[in-house]
Write a protein that binds this ligand. Structure first.
Ligand code: HEC
Ligand code: HEC
Length: 466
């Protein structure tokens, strides 16, 4: 039996086991029995590496032109940018091709649909959000029977789209480390309750091909190739520009340890939000284990101050207490699982998947990224009205509410995976944090952490090493 067949065999076995609700510890190890293909690339923080269970990138449908506009999945999910894109790489592509690379298409690459692309200068203007923040336009209709309507939009691009739909400008999520997902897409719209993540990814790949690449739906075999490939990728920073190898002296950074990291949906979430989905853990843990990242603990005693800083940053992420209050989806309104402020909260209350850092349950949250007070001139501002109460709310992106139609889901997003961060600025769904320092500054303000300067730089050093 070839390795590839064995791998698929193992994946099929695991699917059955996880349908039964078992904790699927052997799943990740199985995929990497033999030395997988490795791909490394440098970035401002050091070196990023991806392990590929398929052992080859050759001939993979992920890199094939499946549509009509020249795009491939890799147009927006680049290995060197941790399988997302960055403004600097996209700008280089623009300059190299005079704005003709297939990512520069007016269906969703440009600020407005159908933009005028007849000259280089017009193209530069049309793709400004993509060039400056790596944002792709996601257009969705307000769901039928939604509890709200869009009453107005302050649209910097004057696209003139009808108030029954919204254009949202979002960062491509990385297509790696996907076996840790509990929800697919920023707003979870590719996830259907009760359906396995793998099936969500199949549905997502169909949508990506028909929408981003404007092609016919891929064949069964192409879909299997794309989804197996994505699920076999594991990515992390392996080398830090100042601290050196992230796998030396007892450290467990880099992608190899991540291939052995067990996961089932809800693995570290005590809030009982776990729907009976395939791939969920058998039972909820009694309480959150705040020690979510266990990569750099050994470096607390390192002789290198740079290694020590990363280890201290990991401890801050896991344990530094602050009050988490007014987070719709968690403890912001009467339907939420927690009814009071979480006084000794940590980053890991939401980023609770061991060593991956995403939310281990599909729990969309509004942490305040879309607030009108944070709005910048390049984002639209929507005013939504509650059809029952007449209440008004303003947001730069209605988030999950555009999927469910529910008023209480406005501006909610999933907690994403936190690996390979150094390779893929800017951060948050709208790219509003240009650097990891901006991310930390956001949290410091939003949740009144009052981090000291040293705590901030330690936390940044840690995030950069993921
Ligand atoms: C034009 C750019 C573009 C192209 C081409 C593209 N994507 Fe994406 N992808 C995005 C954006 C933007 C998002 C996030 C959108 C959102 O969440 O609303 C995304 C999200 C995803 C996700 C969700 C990951 C997660 O953590 O939830 C997967 C999986 C994915 N893409 C796979 C693919 C595949 C497979 C292809 C090719 C068939 C593809 N993409 C082509 C831009 C693109
Ligand atoms: C109340 C839940 C919650 C807490 C607490 C929390 N986060 Fe987040 N985090 C989220 C959500 C939700 C997102 C996605 C937000 C968005 O883009 O709309 C996010 C996004 C991020 C991102 C951006 C990832 C990317 O791919 O762009 C980073 C980095 C991050 N968080 C780090 C932290 C750190 C560091 C802390 C502690 C200081 C922290 N988070 C505390 C929920 C939380």
């Amino acid at each position: 039996m070839t390795h590839r067949m064995r791998w698929i065999g193992a994946a099929a076995l695991v699917t059955t086991a996880s349908l039964a609700g078992a904790i699927v510890t052997p799943r990740r190890a199985g995929a990497y029995e033999r030395r997988p293909a490795e791909l490394a690339s440098s970035n401002a923080g050091g070196v990023l590496a991806t392990l590929n269970a398929a052992r080859t990138f050759e001939g993979k449908k992920f890199f094939a032109d499946l549509g009509t506009n020249g795009r491939t999945c890799a147009s927006c999910h680049r290995p060197g940018q941790a399988w997302s894109i960055t403004p600097s790489e996209v700008t280089q592509r623009f300059d190299r091709t005079a704005g003709l690379d297939p990512i520069f298409r007016a269906n969703d690459g440009s600020n407005c649909a159908g933009a005028d692309l007849t000259t280089v200068e017009r193209r530069r203007r049309a793709f400004s959000a993509l060039l400056t923040k790596g944002l792709i336009r996601v257009a969705l209709d307000v769901p039928a029977n939604a509890e709200f309507e869009i009453v107005s939009v302050d649209d910097p691009y004057r696209c003139g789209s009808p108030p029954t739909s919204a254009s949202m400008y979002r960062r491509p999520l990385p297509t790696t480390n996907l076996s840790f997902l509990s929800a697919v897409m920023w707003d979870g719209r590719a996830s259907v309750p009760g359906r396995a993540i793998r099936e969500d990814l199949v549905a997502q790949a169909i949508d990506a091909t028909t929408q981003h690449a404007q092609g016919p739906a891929p064949s069964e075999a192409e879909l299997t190739d794309i989804v197996d490939f994505e699920l076999g990728l594991v990515t992390a920073q392996v080398r830090d520009q100042v601290a050196g190898s992230l796998t030396s002296q007892g450290a467990r950074g880099g992608p190899a340890t991540l291939t052995r990291q067990p996961f089932c949906i809800g693995i570290n979430d005590p809030l009982g939000m776990r729907p009976p989905v395939p791939g969920a853990c058998l039972a909820a843990p009694r309480q959150l284990d705040p020690a979510v990242f266990t990569l750099f603990g050994k470096w607390l005693e390192s002789a290198s101050p740079d290694q020590q800083a990363i280890a201290r940053g990991e401890a801050i992420f896991n344990k530094r207490p602050f009050t988490i209050d007014n987070v719709p989806g968690l403890n912001g309104d009467s339907t939420d699982p927690v009814r009071r402020p979480i006084v000794s909260g940590t980053c890991t209350v939401c980023h609770d998947t061991p060593n991956a850092g995403n939310h281990s349950v599909a729990m969309a949250l509004n942490i305040g990224i879309t607030a009108p007070s944070r709005r910048t001139a390049d984002l639209p501002l929507y005013t939504l009205r509650n059809r029952a109460t007449g209440a008004l709310v303003q947001t730069t992106d209605p988030g999950r509410a555009m999927v469910t139609g529910r008023w209480r889901d406005i501006s909610k997003f999933k907690g994403p995976i936190l690996r390979g961060l150094a390779a893929r600025p800017p951060y948050f769904h709208d790219g509003s944090a240009a650097t990891l320092a901006d991310v930390v500054a956001f949290y410091d303000t939003r949740f009144h952490l009052r981090l000291s300067e040293r705590e901030k730089s330690d936390l940044i050093a840690f995030l950069r090493a993921l």
